[in-house]
Design a binder for this molecule. Sequence first.
Ligand code: XMP
Length: 190
Amino acid sequence: MPKDIERTLITGQQIARRVAELAEQIARTYEGMDQNRLTLVPILSGSMIFAADLIRQLPMKMKIGLMAVSSYPGMSVTSRGPKLRQQLDVNVAGRHVLVVDDILDTGQTLGLVLEELGARKPASLRTCVLLRKAGRAPQGFVPDFVGFDIEDVFVVGYGLDYNDRYRSEPDIGVLRAGIWRPRQAACTTS
Ligand code: XMP
């Protein structure tokens, strides 16, 4: 285990099992709808690995549209507010849109994305997140599909990074204290 990772939170095997379950759930949800009109929107770059694994388990036809949002620049573990880095590159009017993100924390990122996409008049707009941090998003902000509920810690691995590191770790782990600090005393490390 890399030295900055304090402990494993979710193993690669657990992730694989849960991704398969999510894919089944998603496939069932869209079964009765016009499947020719599904567009998946992975939010770059943290969700790349999750989205790739999910897509491989989804049996239906789909377009992919990409959006990039950043909120944790460089060596930061506290969000500085989401910034839209890349606008959606496909037309989603009249289509069923499923936004795929790595982690729901305060909900600001998904809030921004849903506002942007909602304005484009999709037929439906749903969200799928691999991880949801306990008690951070506003009440009533409920993603349609959630992989794992986790405690309020800074996590890395499986596409999630700290200062561009650990994306390729197969497990999701907790960044060691000292690099990550509990929220009350939170500050950036840069
Ligand atoms: P918000 O607060 O907008 O945060 O819901 C969502 C985005 O922030 C990033 N994020 C993290 N990235 N480990 C990371 O590597 C974390 O523990 C973490 N928490 C939030 C992530 O990009 C997510 O899309």
